[in-house]
Ligand binder design. Structure first.
Ligand SMILES: [Zn+2]
Length: 255
């Protein structure tokens, strides 16, 4: 390793009540479940990368989510000032991953080209795709592209040394996961490629999906990329707050 290792921080900013039937493909048990909403920070001696932006209070409460704090407030607890962040990876265009971009005036945003193509393409008029999107978020990404502040990724790209984005698809057309070199080995931030540990550990797809075979492929890809299974961090599982190391209220770390 020619660079210092990263610590991954998961910062919870919202939550909601749901059921297993709403979440897991082929589940009809309606078991009550909780969903957590996170943003992530990857921090080394040299670099800070933020992964995903979360939703704003207005968007979240409008959709019935319990907004706990602005993601920037959680990041500030780690000493991260959003205005000084240079790199933000946007895993995909769903509303809970791509709000709050205004808080990062000096960042370059990284998004897969397939994701941009899909959400500016012909299928977005259909409710199944449209309902998870805030149009203003997509428009903001289009504007950033014209301003030279968006890097469209085609497949795999190094963001900074030790941090890579990888297109996996499945959940959305161009969902990307992030691999991170930590002191414990290579970790995978699954974001929505595995909402819960249950998805990847039991090979159970999530209910919101773009391409079912692609979702199984994304599970396989994450297993290949992570040095150990316990280094895969799901995107929405409250258990993350128990399995990783506590740092502060609603903030845990790995590495
Ligand atoms: Zn999603």
């Amino acid at each position: 390793m020619t660079h210092s290792p990263y610590t991954i921080y998961a910062v919870q900013y919202a939550r909601r009540e749901t059921t297993s039937t709403e979440l897991f493909y082929g589940d009809y048990h309606d078991t009550p479940m909780k969903m957590a909403y996170f943003v992530w920070a990857l921090v080394s001696d040299q670099h800070t990368v933020v992964v995903d932006l979360g939703f704003t209070e207005e968007v979240g409460t409008g959709r019935g989510r319990e907004f706990m704090r602005c993601p920037s407030v959680g990041l500030a607890e780690l000493g991260i000032d959003c205005a000084s962040v240079s790199h933000v990876v946007v895993s995909h265009m769903h509303y809970d991953h791509v709000g709050n971009y205004d808080l990062f005036p000096n960042a370059t945003f990284y998004l897969q080209e397939d994701e941009m193509r899909f959400y500016t393409g012909k299928y977005v008029r259909h409710a199944a795709f449209r309902r998870s999107i805030e149009v203003d978020d997509v428009v903001a990404m289009v504007r950033y592209n014209y301003e030279g502040r968006l890097t469209l990724v085609d497949g795999v790209r190094e963001i900074v040394p030790g941090v890579h984005a990888h297109r996996v698809g499945g959940h959305t057309a161009g969902l990307q996961i992030v691999t991170v070199q930590t002191a414990l080995g290579r970790a995978v931030l699954a974001t929505d490629a595995s909402h819960y540990y249950h998805n990847i550990e039991k090979d159970v797809p999530f209910m919101v999906l773009h391409d079912l075979p692609g979702m199984y492929d994304s599970f396989e890809r994450m297993r290949e990329l992570a040095d150990k299974p316990e280094l895969i961090v799901p995107g929405h599982d409250p258990l993350v707050l128990e399995r990783l190391k506590p740092v502060a209220d609603g903030i845990v770390s790995l590495g």
